[in-house]
Design a binder for this molecule. Structure first.
Ligand code: FSX
Ligand code: SF4
Ligand code: F3S
Length: 374
């Protein structure tokens, strides 16, 4: 708490980089003080902080306009930005994100062409050593990075990321592409796309997920504002507060799994009754993320609630290692994945640790036998 207090007081002493206070923004968007305080309490809880931190979360959000943020787009689909901003009414998370001093964001800024380029150069110089660098997208590295050039000067993504990372106070890889290469790095990966940390060799927070939820993005920014440093990370550089538990651990269909009630094909009676999606390919047992508790789109839904299994999108190399997305990995594949545990890491556990009931394994084996005899 003392670290947080000192950090907040230091930031408070700095001049805001934006004209509008958070109070004015909230008033304009119809967010009551009560809702804001509730948001502060849930954000503190999501970050794994005791409830006494809630008022400090609120204070930190109010002074988020002291912290410059540069957001770069590399090889990706912009789904991470969409996850944050695509809502008919802005959520409090999106509102706080808007209150951070966003100096450069290709999707959101009004500037274009030379002016945009100047804005980026200005922000990198004026706030050297102070800005948070958020990166969305993988870095193509083949041919000296020429598979991705950005802006009127035609700089490569590789060049831009190296330059921007050098002056950053903290670097956040937003989404699986920036964290681990994502879809762009799937075999055969002709552009030699890589995650940011592989390219720049500086400490990076990896927010896995294609895309990550707004809570995971804003929570990470809030943590940096509150403590001036990165949160505790797992072996893949993901914040433990968000990626410390498996999707399977908190899934609302977990009772169905334990009872051996499985959807056999999409659209069957089990699917209508909310049975477990393991046999139609759910990778929740191998995937670390807080999707079931935080959800997406104003916390409205998440893949399993919408009726499709988790495809493991927050894990390194998921596009190759988790396919086929609508079939269980099954015993054979689990065995081979265990053999490459150093690659897949802690995300893949043994069958017993998964808590896979004998019924699930037996019926997968039977299905495979049936397939073989066809
Ligand atoms: Fe897309 Fe972001 Fe996926 Fe990647 O999300 S949602 S391809 S993680 O970089 O834009
Ligand atoms: Fe939920 Fe998937 Fe686990 Fe079933 S296998 S309980 S649908 S996470
Ligand atoms: Fe991705 Fe699975 Fe969550 S597919 S969004 S990690 S439920």
């Amino acid at each position: 708490m003392a670290t947080c207090r000192t950090r907040i007081d230091e930031l408070k002493a700095q001049a805001p980089l934006k004209e509008k206070s958070l109070d004015t923004r909230m008033e304009q968007d119809g967010v009551s003080r009560r809702d804001f305080m509730k948001w502060s309490a849930t954000t503190a809880a999501a970050l794994g902080l005791p409830l006494q931190f809630a008022p400090m979360v609120a204070e930190a959000a109010e002074i988020a306009d002291r912290v410059p943020l540069i957001w770069l787009h590399l090889a990706e689909c912009t789904g991470c930005s969409e996850s944050l901003i695509r809502a008919d009414t802005p959520s409090i998370d999106a509102l706080i994100f808007d209150h951070v001093s966003l100096e450069y964001h290709e999707t959101l800024m009004a500037a274009a062409g030379w002016q945009a380029e100047e804005n980026l150069e200005h922000a990198m110089t004026a706030y050297k050593g102070q800005y948070i660098l958020a990166v969305e997208g993988a870095v193509p590295t083949a041919n000296d990075g020429q598979f991705l050039t950005v802006g009127c000067k035609g700089h490569t993504g590789l060049h831009i990321i190296e330059e921007a990372a050098a002056g950053a106070a903290a670097i956040v890889s937003v989404g699986t592409c920036a964290a681990f290469g994502g879809v762009q790095a799937a075999a055969p990966n002709p552009t030699e796309a890589k995650g940011v940390e592989e390219v720049i060799h500086q400490p990076v927070v990896n927010l896995g997920g294609c895309p990550p939820s707004e809570k995971n993005i804003v929570g990470t920014v809030m943590y940096f504002i509150m403590f001036g440093r990165l949160p505790a990370l797992d072996m893949f550089g993901r914040p433990k507060w968000a990626y410390g538990a498996r999707v399977h651990d908190n899934c609302e269909r977990r009772g169905r799994f334990d009872a051996g009630e499985f959807v056999e094909t999409f659209g069957d009676q089990g699917a209508k009754d909310g049975y477990c999606l393991y046999k139609v390919g759910c990778k929740g047992p191998y995937t670390y993320n807080n999707c079931p508790t935080e959800r997406f789109n104003h916390h409205v839904s998440w893949p399993v609630l919408a009726g499709h299994g988790c495809i493991g999108c927050s894990e390194p190399n998921f596009w190759d290692s988790m396919a086929d997305f609508e079939k269980p990995l099954g015993r054979r594949e689990l065995h081979s994945l265990d053999m490459t545990a150093d690659k897949i890491g802690g995300a893949i556990l043994g069958l017993s640790a998964l808590g896979l009931g004998a019924h699930a394994v037996a019926s997968v084996v039977v299905t495979k036998k049936e397939e073989a005899s066809k």
